[in-house]
Design a protein around this ligand. Structure first.
Ligand code: AMP
Ligand code: MG
Length: 331
């Protein structure tokens, strides 16, 4: 068990976090998407510790976080015009670009791949920590592998207290789901993980077609292998059984209410999750936190209504399907 320091957000405390990172330690910190667990991305030993603290499979690469455009050229020597356009439009912000990696990036950071995923976050605490550390920071979500991603510092403490050197106690994350991951290594960019930066926005910025990894469309059953290694793993799972109801909203509500009554009679504790379909950003903000609340309350079964699988709704549904292990009832 490691003696975990809880740090506030004063300059001195962020400075202390940065020093820990520089010395090869692990620091969890807030970003606008979800909390991240950071390590010096160019220090293989430090990155190795992230995998063990999270229990993360070693073929699941990390996103490397930077605090300025000059850091991008430390990681890759192939910055295309399209990458510049997207950086200009969406950075700092919740977009990750996968690009060809320079040799300086250790294989442990890229999960053995020749490419590296890079993001320039907008959260001021994250930016301050990265700049003070003076290294690019590898940072997957600061949860135990398989659990819902952490959107509040209490989630990070629940999962990682005693397993990391420090946790920075910031505010709740604004976005609530992880960044959009976009593969920029080919002529036509491809979305490997949907997020709040949507296909439409990217396509409009580049004025060209953007593909979506076919494996995102068909869940676990299909023959397509996802290009982002992390997308194949069981993810975001609450302790409760989870069932998604998909179809006309009114009929879905009725079916869920009926199922709830049936299950209560069987002595089960039920939670209903119905987000407003017209506000998928709000659903993104609340989703992971709702799952963790269910676990805390000892809920047995979560019944959740599907959102429309378009735009930000697609990103939320990608997480919801995984949380439920693709347990879907069509209404
Ligand atoms: P997390 O760090 O938990 O937000 O997950 C990062 C996601 O980005 C995972 O799904 C990874 O598999 C994916 N990823 C990271 N680096 C790469 C890369 N070089 N190529 C493809 N996918 C990547
Ligand atoms: Mg994660």
């Amino acid at each position: 068990m490691i003696n975990t320091k809880i740090l506030g957000t004063t300059n001195e405390e962020i400075e202390e976090g940065a020093k820990i990172l520089k010395n090869g330690g692990l620091v969890a910190f807030p970003t606008e998407t979800v909390y991240g667990l950071g390590a010096d991305a160019l220090n293989p030993e430090a990155v190795g510790k992230v995998y063990s603290a999270k229990g993360r499979p070693s073929d699941n690469p990390m996103i490397v976080h930077i605090a300025g455009m000059e850091d991008l050229s430390k990681l890759t020597d192939r910055i295309s015009r399209d990458m510049e356009i997207l950086a200009e439009k969406f950075w700092p912000g919740p977009l990750t670009m996968v690009c060809h990696a320079k040799n300086i990036v250790p294989k442990v950071t890229t999960g053995g791949l020749d490419t590296v995923a890079v993001r320039f976050p907008s959260d001021p605490i994250a930016l301050s920590l990265i700049s003070k550390s003076t290294c690019p920071i590898a940072a997957p979500s600061a949860n135990l592998s398989g659990k819902p991603s952490p959107t509040k510092v209490s989630h990070v403490i629940d999962d990682l207290y005693g397993r990391v050197d420090a946790i920075i106690e910031g505010k709740d994350c604004q976005v609530g789901i992880e960044s959009t991951v976009l593969d920029m290594t080919e002529e036509i960019p491809m979305i490997l993980r949907p997020g709040i930066v949507t296909e439409k926005e990217i396509s409009e910025a580049l004025n060209k077609e953007v593909r979506i990894d076919p494996s995102l469309r068909e869940g676990v059953k299909g023959e397509f292998k996802p290009k982002a290694p992390g997308m194949k793993y069981k993810h975001y799972a609450p302790k409760a059984e989870m069932v998604i109801y998909r179809g006309d909203r009114e009929k879905v509500s009725l079916a869920m209410a009926e199922e709830k009554m049936k299950r209560i009679k069987n002595g089960q504790k039920i939670e209903i999750i119905i987000f407003d379909e017209t506000e998928p950003e709000k659903a993104a903000h609340e989703f992971f936190s709702r799952l963790r609340d269910c676990d805390k309350k000892g809920v047995d079964v979560i019944l959740a209504a599907a959102l429309k699988e378009e735009g930000v709704g697609m990103a939320v549904m990608n997480r919801m399907f995984k949380s439920a292990g693709y347990n879907i009832i069509e209404i």
